[in-house]
Write a protein that binds this ligand. Structure first.
Ligand code: SF4
Length: 98
């Protein structure tokens, strides 16, 4: 008889496993600059499930986004910008140049 297993990995509510640390790795974050140009299929490309629909437009949950940039490659309207604000950011990179 087959053992019943959960369909997806699970974490005990409140445990450290429940909290994503991916956002702490981020050097760049996605910014949706032109919501009307974002292809809804980009939701399927995000490895973290950080993209979601909110009132008919695509939005980003930055608490789980790891800043990989796949969404900006796969869809118009999304640009990766330095995580840290300022004219050149802490890495000396001009915003929108990546
Ligand atoms: S940068 Fe990567 S993790 Fe963040 S929303 Fe885009 S695809 Fe998802």
């Amino acid at each position: 008889m087959a053992k019943e297993l959960p369909i997806v990995p699970t974490a005990t509510p409140g445990s450290l496993a429940e909290i994503s640390a991916a956002s702490s790795w981020r050097e760049y974050r996605p910014e949706i600059q032109e919501p009307g140009k974002v292809n809804p299929k980009v939701l399927f490309f995000c490895p973290e499930g950080a993209l979601f629909h909110e009132e008919g437009i695509i939005a980003v949950d930055l608490s789980v986004c790891k800043g990989c940039g796949i969404c900006a490659v796969e869809s118009d309207g999304i640009v990766m910008v330095p995580e840290y604000t300022g004219v050149l950011g802490i890495f000396g990179v001009k915003e929108g140049s990546k």
